[in-house]
Design a protein around this ligand. Structure first.
Ligand SMILES: Cc1cc2nc3c(=O)[nH]c(=O)nc-3n(C[C@H](O)[C@H](O)[C@H](O)COP(=O)(O)O)c2cc1C
Length: 359
């Protein structure tokens, strides 16, 4: 029965051997310069049996950083540190896509060059705090971006895509969820702009689509993906007409023929039923999945692949365990974002894996 999750899937130019995708997850193990240490290569290589690995969010420019010890693709040194990771994943037989994540207003001057004020489509202050090295600090009112600056950020995404390919990534994914910059443009409560980047749903989609187009121009559509989290209230984001906004956006995304979309559905709306029919590329469904629910979704044609987050942290060999119906270990939340190898590279593979291989 579970075999259906282990049939191959073509997503654009990507050939996935199975439909168990590793979710993008920030783990805060990077160094101060935004490069990743060698243990990051071990962490991802341990999870190379995923149909596709989506990395933690990487900032495409320094102004896109919003958390402690997060890595970037904003310069060649950062890219070089990721080349070690992609080599290790490929050597272990895996495929890996870089997630590009610009947090916009969800930052703090302590994370930004010269203590800069975070940027956003409009000067709307988010509720909540940043967790900095000196403790939690309430978010401040961001600075509204000038039009010329928006073009510069789009170019930064293009340059980061170029670095991703040079670093050996198989694809790039734009993070347009979780209340970060593209979602800040998309959502009516955080975008009060009067220029061509604000207004109706299509205008609010413009920034996201320009970034997507810039990534496609570098990587080709077959190596570009998009993450959406409609109605996820995380980071104090909200839209007044989410169904209209996301169907409008998805129709535009579909024209780009990108490899995949990753959708985490929240709220009363059944987003998968609404959005999947609008997109003909591979549809990845995430959020709270189990082996059974993943199978059900793929079987019912509601998704082409399932995305697993926390389960992949604690079960580096998750696909094998799902296939075998083996018990899953649970992840230790205390080490999600802690520095060092603990809770990162020390989760063991399933004890009976050898026995299964011999049987
Ligand atoms: C520790 C942790 C870090 C995360 N960081 C990111 C991130 O950098 N980018 C992103 O798109 N989602 C991030 N997420 C969300 C996951 O990609 C995923 O959508 C979410 O965990 C739901 O899937 P799950 O229930 O299988 O864990 C993170 C989740 C966790 C648990």
């Amino acid at each position: 029965m579970r075999d259906l999750l282990f049939t191959p899937l073509q997503a654009g130019a990507l050939s996935l051997p199975n439909r168990v995708v590793m979710a993008p997850m920030t783990r805060s193990r990077a160094l101060d310069d935004g490069t990743v240490p060698s243990m990051t290569a071990d962490y991802y290589a341990q999870r190379a049996s995923a149909g596709l690995i989506l990395t933690e969010g990487l900032f495409p420019e320094a102004m896109g950083k919003g958390y402690v010890r997060t890595p970037g693709l904003a310069n060649d040194e950062q890219a070089a540190s990721w080349a070690r990771v992609t080599r290790a994943v490929h050597a272990a037989g895996g495929r890996i896509a870089a997630q590009l994540m610009h947090v916009g207003r969800i930052s703090d001057p302590l994370f930004l060059p010269h203590g800069s004020t975070p940027v956003a489509p409009s000067a709307v202050r988010p509720h909540g705090s940043s967790y900095t090295d000196v403790g939690p600090r309430p978010h401040i009112t961001p600075r509204a971006l000038e039009r010329a600056e928006i073009k510069r950020i789009v170019n930064a995404f293009a340059a980061a895509t170029e670095r991703a390919l040079e670093a050996g990534f198989d694809a790039v994914e734009l993070h347009a969820g979780s209340g970060y910059l593209p979602m800040q443009f998309l959502s009516s409560r955080t975008n009060h702009r009067l220029d061509e980047y604000g207004g109706d749903a299509l205008a609010r989609s413009r920034f996201l689509l320009e970034v997507l187009d810039a990534m496609v121009a570098i990587a080709d559509a077959g190596r570009v993906g998009l993450k959406l989290t409609p109605e996820l209230p995380f980071n104090d984001i909200a839209d007044d007409t989410p169904e209209h906004t996301y169907t409008t956006l998805m129709r535009e995304v579909a024209k780009r023929d990108i490899a995949f979309v990753e959708v985490v559905s929240t709220g009363p709306v059944d987003w998968h039923s609404l959005l999947r029919p609008l997109f003909k590329g591979a549809y990845f469904l995430g959020g709270g999945q189990t082996g059974d629910s993943a199978l059900e979704h793929v079987q019912a044609g509601r998704a082409d692949a399932a995305v697993f987050g926390q389960a992949f942290i604690a079960n580096p060999d998750l696909p094998l365990r799902l296939l075998a119906g083996a018990p899953l270990a649970s992840a230790d939340r205390d080490t999600f974002y802690s520095p060092g190898p603990q809770g990162y590279v020390d989760y063991p593979v399933w004890a009976n894996a050898d026995a299964l291989a011999l049987a």
